[in-house]
Design a protein around this ligand. Sequence first.
Ligand SMILES: [Zn+2]
Length: 342
Amino acid sequence: MIIDVHGHYTTAPAALGAWRDLQIASLKDPSKAPKPSDLKISDDELRESIETNQLAKMRERGSDLTVFSPRASFMAHHIGDFQTSATWAAICNELCFRVSQLYPRHFIGAAMLPQSPGVDAATCIPELERCVKDYGFVGVNLNPDPSGGHWTSPPLTDRYWYPLYEKMAELEIPAMIHVSTSCNPCFHTTGAHYLNADTTAFMQCLTGDLFKDFPSLKLLIPHGGGAVPYHWGRFRGLAQELNKPLLDEHLLNNIFFDTCVYHQPGIDLLTKVIPVKNVLFASEMIGAVRGVDPQTGHYYDDTRRYIDGTANLTEEERFLVYEGNARRVFPRLDAALKAQGR
Ligand SMILES: [Zn+2]
């Protein structure tokens, strides 16, 4: 099987964005507040948006199943307060659940959390539990910077986040560390803020001892780990200066990287530097980079070509990247597949 662990519903029907616009407008004028029930999207509209986009590409490229979460840049946790985020997260998660019901062999959900800057992380637990228990979701996206580029939250190793980690450990749910849109003009959302956050999350974990407290916690760092694999020597050296154990032991039982790196040399480096057991296939298709690479004639986000094309992996290792590692890191995904006889 080919499991893509990083997909977002970037192609949701336009009514979703229109509802969100009304919600944002109502922050200034509460009389305009839309009700969740005002949003009407039919199953046919969902099918249309999926079959002409993600599912068409999955068939073309030969991937079988996508771990599917709400559009990351739309999470925008900095907007409004906890209630704003709670209503918005519930709507977005429900749409991903409906897609997973329409195409149970091709999509399975990962939750967006109703985070809000400065609000107790424990407030996100009910939505997480609902998504896992009622919707069968197998993962969650955790935003380390709900302020949207101003980094006002404590680092991921801080006890502020512990209630969520406790719940994740209990539910056997890994988190993808995923920021949302940047409202800081210094940081382009997908070109800078995303990659900065990936690198920052890794370094926060390096300086702390989070996995001593949560030995089973699993964090997936997307976009190939930001700058981490390229600067592996720097991180190894910093860990040494901080008297931390070797990175294999200190972080690599708990931290994983996806393959959302959009050229062959990048995947060659990732698979050479990072142990194969820590690399999970993903494309984040129809996401940040939607064009065709004129050098290859293929879509940048057609990442399967780079995994197939690298000389660094044996067939057995390719199996781990495509399927084996995903089943290990997402135990609920493995259980759901087994229940389908896969
Ligand atoms: Zn993403």
